[in-house]
Structure formats: structure tokens, C-alpha cells
Write a protein that binds this ligand. Structure first.
Ligand code: AP5
Length: 224
């Protein structure tokens, strides 16, 4: 990152649209803080504790974790000092109550949401991506068995960790996640369009090309 930025953005789109992949590229390019609710929830599950089992029962079946739990997690994270330079919210909000909670929290802390990137993506593309996704157990880097494969099968290029398939990337759960997205999250497209914050991008493009389009869009709008 060349200078401090304060842009706050939401990445919105179906499971497998490539939000996490673009978030990693955006962090590298602009140094914003990446807040992924999926990653935070998976971390809470792996730490065990009283809520771990409850969370995994939602996540492993593709259901949404209750709004109050997710919102509390995000608001607490956004209150930390390293969030002051701008954040990328990946996977949050996912329901209307979450979007309204985010609005109130940003208002209360004198911040604004600058842009919502909507990753328009066909279901077939999302299914192909999720079924082939592999994740490093140690550093969390994402791969895809054909689209973005590791140099050595099953081994992370970065840290040598073992690659695994997420429990919720199994076919039945993927189907359910897409349905849950249609029923709960798709409405947020209009919510943010009405507020004049929505920028649509083509989630079906190769990752590098999509990043270049997003970068050009941000530069045109003076967001970075
Ligand atoms: P979460 O982890 O947020 O999952 P998701 O939204 O379903 O998104 P994904 O991580 O599956 O997809 P992505 O769009 O980030 O794609 P990625 O870049 O990885 O949430 C998991 C669960 O947590 C939820 O089901 C729910 O239970 C709970 N949860 C989370 N947030 C919540 C909330 N706010 N409220 C309630 N519950 C919540 O890419 C996918 C694959 O495609 C990878 O293999 C990648 O290598 C490949 N790929 C990516 N981009 C491209 C490209 N352009 N071309 C080719 N391949 C690509």
C-alpha cells in the first residue's frame, strides 16, 4: 500500500463468486483490513468452546448463523484500531437486519460505507468453483483443483500445509447455500442499489481480469 486509505467496502455475491479471492488481491493492492465472517466463524469453531458446536451445526449444513452472533463479531472487529484505515467486509452483511446493523454501527462511529461490489455470478460457475476448492489447513490460502491449482497436489505453495475440502463445499450443502443466498441475501442488491452504493462486476471472469476491472473502477470513482 502506498498511502493510507479509509475506504470501507462490502463484497456481495453468492457462495463461490470469488469474494475471498478478490479480497486477498485487494488487501495486497490497497492494504485494507479484510474482515471475512466465514473465516472468523471457522476460527471460532476450530477453537472449540461453548459456541463452537452450535456454529458448526449451522455452517456445515449451509444455514446462516443467527444475525446477533455474526453482527456482534463484526462490530467488535471493526472497533479495533487496525480497522480505522478502511475495511473489506467479505460475507457480511447477508440479511436485511445485518445490513441495518452495519448502517447503525458505521453511523455511530462516524464512518461511511463507500462501495458495495456485487459479484454477479451464474450458479453453474459457483458450483464448479466450490466443488473444486481446496484450502490450506495452516495458512488458509484458497486453491482450486483446476482453476488455480497448487504446484504440488494437496500441498500449499506458500507454507507447505495440507490442503483440504471445506465441509460445506460438499454437493448437497453447496445446493443449500445457493438457496439460502437466494432467499436471504439477494435482496441486499436492491437495498444497496437504492442507496447508490452498488457497483456490479462480472464474477465469472478470470481472477486477474476481474481484479483489473475492480481496480479501474475504484480509480475512476476516486475510491483509492
Ligand atoms: P463464507 O466462508 O463467507 O462462504 P461464502 O459466502 O459461501 O463464500 P465462499 O467463501 O464459499 O466463496 P467466495 O465467494 O469467497 O469464493 P472464493 O474466493 O473462496 O461463509 C461460510 C458459512 O459461514 C455460511 O454458509 C454461514 O453458515 C456462515 N456465515 C458467514 N457469514 C455469515 C453472515 N454474515 N451471516 C450468517 N452466517 C454467516 O472462491 C471459490 C473457489 O473458486 C476457490 O477455489 C477459488 O480458487 C476459485 N476462484 C475464485 N475466483 C475465481 C475466478 N475468478 N476464476 C476461477 N476460479 C476462481
Amino acid at each position: 500500500m502506498t498511502e493510507e486509505r479509509r475506504a470501507n467496502m462490502v463484497l456481495l455475491g453468492p457462495p463461490g463468486a470469488g469474494k475471498g479471492t478478490q479480497a486477498a488481491l485487494l488487501v495486497k493492492a490497497y492494504g485494507l483490513l479484510h474482515i471475512s465472517t466465514g473465516d472468523m466463524l471457522r476460527e471460532a469453531v476450530s477453537e472449540g468452546g461453548p459456541t463452537g458446536g452450535e456454529l458448526s451445526s449451522y455452517m456445515n449444513t449451509g444455514k446462516l448463523v443467527p444475525d446477533a452472533i455474526v453482527t456482534r463479531t463484526v462490530i467488535e472487529r471493526m472497533a479495533k484500531r487496525d480497522a480505522e484505515g478502511g475495511v473489506i467486509l467479505d460475507g457480511y452483511p447477508r440479511t436485511r437486519p445485518q445490513a441495518e446493523s452495519l448502517d447503525s454501527s458505521l453511523d455511530a462511529s462516524g464512518r461511511t460505507l463507500d462501495v458495495v461490489l456485487y459479484f454477479k455470478t451464474q450458479d453453474e460457475v459457483a458450483i464448479q468453483r466450490l466443488s473444486g476448492r481446496r484450502v490450506c489447513k495452516d495458512c488458509g490460502k484458497n486453491y482450486h483443483i483446476t482453476n488455480m491449482s497448487s504446484k504440488k497436489e494437496g500441498v500449499c505453495d506458500i507454507c507447505g500445509g495440507e490442503l483440504y475440502q471445506r465441509e460445506d463445499d460438499k454437493p448437497e450443502t453447496v445446493k443449500n447455500r445457493l438457496t439460502v443466498y437466494e432467499e436471504n441475501t439477494k435482496d441486499l442488491i436492491e437495498y444497496y442499489r437504492t442507496k447508490g452504493l452498488l457497483q456490479e462486476v462480472d464474477g465469472g471472469l478470470p481472477a486477474g481480469e476481474l481484479f483489473n476491472n475492480i481496480d479501474a473502477l475504484f480509480k475512476k470513482d476516486g475510491l483509492i
